[in-house]
Design a binder for this molecule. Structure first.
Ligand code: ADP
Ligand code: MG
Length: 173
């Protein structure tokens, strides 16, 4: 599967990349975010909300599991989950969260691997990693999205032409 890989060198740059995603992400998309504590999952979501034209502040749903944001300029609501505290997909379903999946809003799910089995197979997957202990503000991002390779390629091209750098890597499967 084709993946897009890039680095950001500051929180602001991760937010800028999130904004670019939010500017063209189709309604109804589920975004799976993976990465350790402090990797930048919430920062990326802050940017994504900006790209959707949502003006209210986006904070972490760590304690509430879900924060709903009303639609902004793009007319698409954002459902921001942090499912770190959930044991499995069953708990996700018990809380009635499946009604958000398949809604025309965009679902962003931090720590998605906890509940991955109840999320659509073809979700936008974004992994954030600390790049190097000597570069504490650098993160490596890896994106994949089954069936949406063209969208990913355009995103990478837009990022390269605007700010930062991205490389498209073909992964063997
Ligand atoms: P998570 O939601 O993955 O736990 P947060 O977005 O809440 O992560 O926090 C990321 C932390 O890392 C913030 O304190 C932010 O300032 C810092 N940071 C440093 N460099 C970056 C970067 N390149 N991208 C995102 N955050 C960064
Ligand atoms: Mg977070």
């Amino acid at each position: 599967m084709k993946t897009v890989q890039l680095k950001t060198n500051s929180r602001e740059q991760t937010i800028a990349f999130g904004r670019l995603i939010g500017q063209s992400l189709p309604p109804g998309t589920v975004v799976c975010l993976e990465g350790d504590l402090g990797a930048g999952k919430t920062a990326l979501t802050v940017g994504l909300a900006k790209g959707l034209g949502i003006r209210r502040p986006v904070s972490s749903p760590t304690f509430t599991l879900l924060i709903e944001h009303e639609a902004g300029e793009r007319g698409i609501p954002l459902y921001h989950f942090d499912v770190y505290r959930l044991a499995d997909g069953e708990s996700f379903l018990e809380l009635g969260f499946e009604e958000y999946i398949g809604d025309s809003g965009i679902c962003v799910i931090e720590w998605s691997s906890r509940v991955r089995e109840v999320l659509p197979a073809a979700s936008l997957e974004i992994e954030l990693r600390f790049a190097d202990p000597e570069q504490p503000d650098t993160r490596e991002l890896k994106l994949s999205w089954q069936g949406h390779e063209d969208w990913l390629a355009k995103l990478a091209a837009d990022w390269v032409s605007g700010a930062g750098s991205a490389t498209i890597a073909k992964e063997e499967q």
